[in-house]
Every structure is written in structure tokens, then in C-alpha cells.
Design a protein around this ligand. Structure first.
Ligand code: COA
Length: 161
């Protein structure tokens, strides 16, 4: 059974992420969305909240699941008996950083491949930071995040004020 791991911060999940997840779900038997319990970024949503938001967004995708991880990505991938990391590429600007990460991961775990999926052009400009900025300034972000989590993001912004 081919299992892919799709890692990221997902603070919060966006339509761009969901597009990659849906397409990966067609290519692999199982997709695990792995939420990094980051210590370097200061997230708006706790890691548990981010996992819950993803679970709401993927409720119609039976071969997808979400959980969080600490430590090295390649260790998590091995722990899940997977050999594949899926990443989305939005623009050339993503490439250099992604290339570096893919090479480092390959050096640490030669059995793990990184598969890049080109983001749907409709979502190439989205990032989690942009969503948070528009939401906190009262702009319309309804077509940037999955409909299932729109109210949660709104509530979080309200609580933060
Ligand atoms: N659609 C929309 N947004 C996308 C996207 C897509 N398809 N793909 C990436 N993004 C955005 C994210 O929203 C995020 O935006 P933000 O900076 O505004 O929050 C940004 O791109 C960066 O993505 P992010 O998920 O934060 O992380 P990353 O690509 O930098 O990598 C890990 C995260 C988890 C893969 C990486 O840090 C990791 O592997 N960490 C574990 C430790 C480890 O193994 N380190 C060694 C690695 S070589």
C-alpha cells in the first residue's frame, strides 16, 4: 500500500493545501497530513486546533488522515511505513527552499522520495499568512479556506482582538 505524507504548518489549512491533498488522494492509497509542531513559528492555531481544522476539511476523503509530529520529517515518514513526501510548489520562489529540503531529506533518508505537485493556478497566490492577514483586517477570505473551517478562522480572529 502506497502511503504519502504531506507535511506543513497548516496555520490554517487553505484551499491551496486542500487542492494538493485531493490530488494526492487520487495518486496514493493513503495520505497522511502531517502538521509540524513548530517551535520556530508562532502559530495562530495550536497544533491540536490545526489538526482538527484539517480533519474537518478532509471529512469527505476516506483515504486521508491528519496528525501532528515533532522532530525530523523523515523519522515520521519512516514511522508511518511510507517512502513518499508530497509537497506543493506554488511559484519559482518556492523552488530553491523546497529543493534544499528535498536534498537534505534524501541525504538523511535515501529511501524517501519527495514528489512535487504544481499548485492549481487559482491558488498559487495563497498562503496561510495571507489568509490570516486578510481575515484580521476584515476582508473576505471565504474563497481562500475550505468552507468547513471558515467560521473557526473568523472566531479565532475575533477572540484574538
Ligand atoms: N497552498 C497554499 N499555501 C501553501 C502551499 C499550497 N499548496 N504550499 C505551501 N504553502 C504555504 C504555507 O501556507 C506557508 O505559508 P506561511 O508561511 O504564510 O504560513 C508556507 O507556504 C510555508 O509552508 P509551511 O507549511 O510552513 O512549511 P514548509 O514548506 O516551510 O515546511 C515542513 C514545513 C514541516 C515540511 C518542514 O519544516 C519540516 O520538514 N520540518 C521538520 C523538521 C525537519 O525534518 N527538518 C529538516 C528538513 S530538511
Amino acid at each position: 500500500m502506497a502511503t504519502a505524507v504531506y507535511p506543513g504548518s497548516f496555520d490554517p489549512i487553505t484551499c491551496g493545501h486542500l487542492d494538493i491533498i485531493r490530488r494526492a488522494a487520487c495518486q496514493f492509497d493513503r495520505v497522511i497530513i502531517a502538521v509540524l509542531n513548530n517551535t520556530s513559528k508562532k502559530p495562530m492555531f495550536s497544533v491540536q486546533e490545526r489538526v482538527q481544522l484539517i480533519r474537518k476539511s478532509i471529512a469527505d476523503l476516506p483515504n486521508c488522515s491528519a496528525e501532528y509530529f515533532d522532530g525530523l520529517l523523515v523519522d515520521f515518514v519512516h514511522q508511518k511505513q511510507s517512502h513518499t513526501v508530497v509537497k506543493g510548489l506554488r511559484a519559482i520562489s518556492d523552488f530553491e527552499y523546497e529543493f534544499q529540503m528535498a536534498l537534505l531529506n534524501k541525504k538523511m533518508a535515501p529511501d524517501v522520495e519527495t514528489v512535487f505537485m504544481v499548485t492549481n493556478a487559482n491558488y498559487s497566490y495563497i498562503s496561510s499568512s495571507i489568509v490570516k492577514e486578510i481575515a484580521s483586517l476584515g476582508g473576505d477570505f471565504s474563497d481562500l479556506v475550505p468552507a468547513e473551517i471558515y467560521d473557526d478562522v473568523k472566531l479565532k480572529i475575533k477572540e484574538g482582538r
